[in-house]
Design a protein around this ligand. Sequence first.
Ligand code: ARG
Length: 402
Amino acid sequence: MGRAKKVVLAYSGGVDTSVCIPYLMNEWGCEAVVALSADLGQGEDLEAIRQKALKSGAAEAYVEDVRQEFIEQYAFPALQSNALYEGRYPLATALARPLIAKILVDIAHKTGCDAVAHGCTGKGNDQVRFDVSIAALDPTLKVLAPAREWGFSRQETIEYGEKYGIPSPVKKKSAYSIDQNLLGRSIECGILEDPWAEPPEEVYAMTKSVNDCPAEPTYVEIQFVQGIPVALDGENIKPVELVDRLNQIAGDNGVGRIDMLENRLVGIKSREIYESPAMLVLIRAHQELEALTLPKEVTFYKQQQIEATYAQLVYNGLWYSPLKMALDGFVRETQQVVTGTARVKLHRGTCTVVGRKAKLSLYSEELSTYTSSDTFDHKAAEGFIYVWGLPTRVWSQVHRKP
Ligand code: ARG
């Protein structure tokens, strides 16, 4: 008896996941492999990839278009949480993993698989996200990760594949490891492994270099209803198209690049380049609308207690965890009033919110104006400051020698 009878494999069409198919059958004794590819807006020919899975020996091969679910159920809750890992990375890769895990588990159930497989190696975050998400959704399924155990070099992987009729890649492998979906691109390896080296322009694909950006700024008005973006410049747009269009507009203005050194869950520091135009713009706009519509205490608590934790949970593979679900409840409650419009200026790599408005705005010009027509009771400030400063005054009387 092998490691599993029938296994569903997360299939990308690359050499590693292709070689996983014969490997699972010939080395690990699986009777059949079902290949599953997810359309997350990565812009690849998925029918060709499906055919390649069958040619590589898969018994069945499926493509699932999950773009809408990805944006509505994964990206938008993260947006409502302003989720940025280590304050910067909007989690494009990390958010896709729990959704891929979910469709893997669904297909496993539909096709009678007793195991799920993926092509991750043992050094990254993605293996954690897959393993934990699959376990959360169905703890009875086995998880197999051939590339974590086989110890092949790239050349050995190709040679192993050739034995089973998997053609060696025609294109020379890019110097980079790239993961891409609607929310962005994550780029690693090659020269980027030197944290001192500036990323060459060739690593970028969604964003223009500042040198090639229009001289004039582009303005976009983003309308939110309860923390969800619903329209651009007054035109209602469905979620997938909205993200798509915003990627285009922001990317054309050079907005969305991140060069960061981050802490992986597995203890390694790594240098990452990201492009995530739409998500970065949406988070900025959303933060600004929250500033207008949420009371101070809610904003502070959400920023300080919820958002960083939320981002860490997503990054660390705990999307389907009880804490993450509880935080979703908190965030959802806060978003009831986050309805309005942010006006964003995109210009040569910068994204600036230059206007915001909301029906339920808590901003009062009458109160905040510096002109004499304000309605603020100036005299009341005196008593407030007396009480507010009392503990400091007492401390000073005891400790400060004149
Ligand atoms: N460091 C990022 C993350 O953990 C990106 C990982 C990129 N993955 C990849 N297979 N190239 O989310």
